[in-house]
Design a protein around this ligand. Structure first.
Ligand SMILES: Cc1cc2nc3c(=O)[nH]c(=O)nc-3n(C[C@H](O)[C@H](O)[C@H](O)COP(=O)(O)OP(=O)(O)OC[C@H]3O[C@@H](n4cnc5c(N)ncnc54)[C@H](O)[C@@H]3O)c2cc1C
Length: 420
């Protein structure tokens, strides 16, 4: 028995530098795995269908690259809702602090905004991506752009469409980091769902997340005068949840913006379940109901109700228009009822905006289909990371942190698999 044991421990460890991995997808998740693997000495070839990598990451930097959040870990983790137990081990390996240190290591400084969100000092993604790609190339990562993965050949190799035509690639392990299904013109189009389905891998259908919503129809006036108008300093709640403060934007078909994105998962689920979801908008969150009632009850003389609303409560513009649009006409002669409308104006949303417009998508490969290394149970040697996994989170840096963390975890998982 002892002889057998010593024979086993005497077996040479595989030489990692002779190992070759393929990563499909050059977003934050794929690039992070490439970093882990190349640092360990593994040969890494990364393929992306687009003419350059990191396109969605660059787009995320356009309005100010919010890379992570500085809030305490329990609150941070809670943003991943029911997927928090699956995301927790990933964040333990590479959470918000580790991510910031890693960014600093690329020579990019960060700052914490008033909301607790973390940004690179110049708010941009391009300098970070440039420095990162240089480091990856220096570490030996070979990046093949305009190479689209099409599935597997009959003998199990990867099928790639390249500018030179179709080719097959054989490697010791594969990472799929193909992104979600929004903004398909940036490369992540969700076409991989079918490829995995054909291999018997379970998946959850993709759905828009951090998205806008449609009403059944705005009036002509709302569309012509207020589409695009920001609705600032309001609070919106769904069901019995405490309304959240923030701002959003009226669109030609409904409503969008950060406050709505933050509520998008429960609104979407309510629409899926009930066919519609009614949110309540508090147009004056800093004024309690009794104060609104007192202000409205003041005599208005010959002044119109619009003027009264403006002079007593400062309600005008898009807020006043929304009140006209959504409150029953008879409430405008009943101050008590109108005050209730102002504090909780019901807005019924009937569908999400198309998935391609969404900031991110929910659904994808469920964690139950993966082992703790993020390897597909159905396809040994094939790993998954990033937004293509079935989790979602609000904006605030949680998406990118989740993608980086899962890319890191998958890279480590692949190393473990190669060393097994
Ligand atoms: C407008 C906008 C703003 C955003 N702002 C923020 C923000 O401020 N903070 C934040 O945390 N998140 C933000 N996000 C979300 C964040 O950018 C994404 O969650 C993140 O980029 C996903 O990373 P990923 O690596 O999983 O996938 P992606 O970044 O989508 O990368 C996937 C890659 O796979 C490639 N690919 C797909 N299929 C194939 C194939 N068959 N063959 C070869 N290559 C393929 C694609 O070309 C792409 O390069 C924003 C998103 C959008 C759209």
């Amino acid at each position: 028995m002892l002889g057998l044991f010593s024979a086993i421990v005497a077996l040479p460890m595989p030489d990692i530098s002779s190992r070759h991995v393929t990563i499909i997808g050059g977003g934050p998740a794929g690039l992070m795995a490439a970093e882990v693997l190349s640092l360990a000495g593994v040969q890494v070839d990364l393929y992306d269908g687009m003419p350059s990598v990191g396109r969605k990451f660059l787009l995320a930097g356009v309005g100010g690259m919010n890379i992570t959040h500085s809030e305490a870990y329990p609150a941070f983790l809670s943003r991943y809702a029911e997927r928090a137990p699956n995301i927790a081990p990933l964040l333990r390996g590479f959470g918000a602090e580790a991510l910031c240190e890693w960014i600093h290591g690329l020579g990019i400084q960060t700052f914490i905004g008033t909301s607790g969100r973390v940004f690179p000092t110049d708010m941009k993604a391009a300098p970070l991506l440039r420095a990162w790609l240089k480091r990856l190339r220096d570490q030996g990562v070979v990046i093949h752009t305009r190479h689209r993965w099409l599935g597997w050949s009959a003998d199990g190799d990867l099928l790639i469409h390249s500018p030179e035509g179709e080719k097959t690639v054989h490697s010791d392990a594969v990472l799929l980091a193909l992104g979600g299904g929004s903004w398909s013109r940036l490369g992540s189009d969700g076409a991989w769902l079918k490829l995995l389905e054909d291999k018997g891998v379970p998946y959850v259908a993709l759905q828009p997340s951090n998205c806008g919503f449609e009403v059944s129809a705005w009036s002509e006036l709302m569309v012509s005068k207020f589409a695009g108008a920001p609705l600032k300093n309001v609070a919106i709640g769904l069901g019995n949840d405490k309304p959240r403060l923030g701002e959003c934007v009226i669109t030609a078909t409904g409503i969008e913006g950060s406050l709505i994105y933050a509520l998008s998962a429960p609104i979407r689920e309510a629409i899926n379940r009930d066919g519609s979801a009614t949110v309540h908008i508090d147009l004056l969150p800093s004024k309690p109901l009794d104060k609104v009632q007192v202000a409205l009850a003041k005599p208005r003389g010959s002044r119109s109700m619009s003027k009264h609303l403006h002079s007593q409560l400062g309600l005008d513009g898009v807020k006043a228009a929304l009140l006209r649009e959504l409150a029953p006409a008879e409430h405008f002669i009943d101050p008590a009822k109108l005050a209730v409308d102002i504090k909780a104006l019901p807005l019924t949303l009937v569908k999400t905006r198309p998935m391609d417009e969404a900031i991110s998508t929910a659904g994808g490969v469920p964690f139950e289909a993966l082992d703790e290394r993020l390897m597909l149970k159905q396809l040994p040697g094939v790993f998954c990371a990033g937004e293509m996994l079935d989790w979602e989170a609000p904006t605030g840096g949680y998406l990118l942190t989740g993608c980086f963390a899962s890319g890191r975890a998958a890279g480590r998982g692949m190393l473990e698999w190669l060393n097994r």
